[in-house]
Design a protein around this ligand. Structure first.
Ligand SMILES: [Cu+2]
Length: 192
């Protein structure tokens, strides 16, 4: 049992070293010095992968809030951001999207059940409000019993082609302001 723990400990120590530490078997003062330098060097490799998208997104937002002198922690609402990120997951993975091409755009019937249905109602209502009038698009959202009916049209033939090519997910991600919404939700500037 003790030997097993020692082996595990040794493996863990090796795994924690950067790949450049090939002189593990070396001994003597030279190795001791380089090892000390490596451990304390600011350039020593450290892991950065968050492991999971929710952890990564929330971690980045918390970092931005901490770095900003304008953050009012009494207003900060990370639970609202978490709720929105779960909604995004539901809409992206579990919602059913039936798309119909109409003369000047698309009509998309987005449906789901339970937690997915709640997410569809919240996300599509928000997207309808936010995206209407942008890029020369007219966006309208109609809540249904089993989902939402999203209609996206344009008078510009180039935009019509784009809307039809983007389809449901492309329309949902289109534009560059979505990540800013996450910060606004987290800062308490936007109800969700
Ligand atoms: Cu979002």
């Amino acid at each position: 049992m003790r030997a097993h723990s020692l082996v595990l400990g040794a493996l863990f120590s090796l795994a924690a070293l950067p790949f450049t530490a090939t002189a593990v078997a070396d001994s003597g003062p030279a190795h001791t010095a380089s090892h000390a330098t490596m451990v304390h060097s600011p350039s020593a490799a450290l892991p950065t992968r968050p492991g999971q998208e929710m952890f990564g997104t929330v971690s980045e937002i918390v970092g931005l809030l901490e770095a900003s002198p304008n953050t009012h922690w009494s207003r900060v609402n990370i639970p609202a951001l978490r709720k929105h990120l779960i909604d995004m997951n539901e809409v992206a993975l579990n919602a059913k999207a039936d798309i119909t091409r109409i003369r000047n755009g698309v009509r998309i019937r987005v449906t789901g059940r339970g937690r997915t249905l709640d997410a569809i109602h919240r996300m599509l209502a928000m997207h309808g409000r936010t995206m209407d009038g942008q890029f020369g698009w007219h966006v309208s959202d109609e809540p249904l019993k089993e989902g939402d009916l999203l209609t996206v049209v344009s008078e510009d033939p180039a935009q019509v082609a784009k809307i039809q090519g983007l389809g449901f997910m492309g329309i949902m991600v289109y534009g560059t302001h979505h990540a800013m919404h996450h910060l606004a939700i987290a800062r308490g500037d936007m109800a969700y």
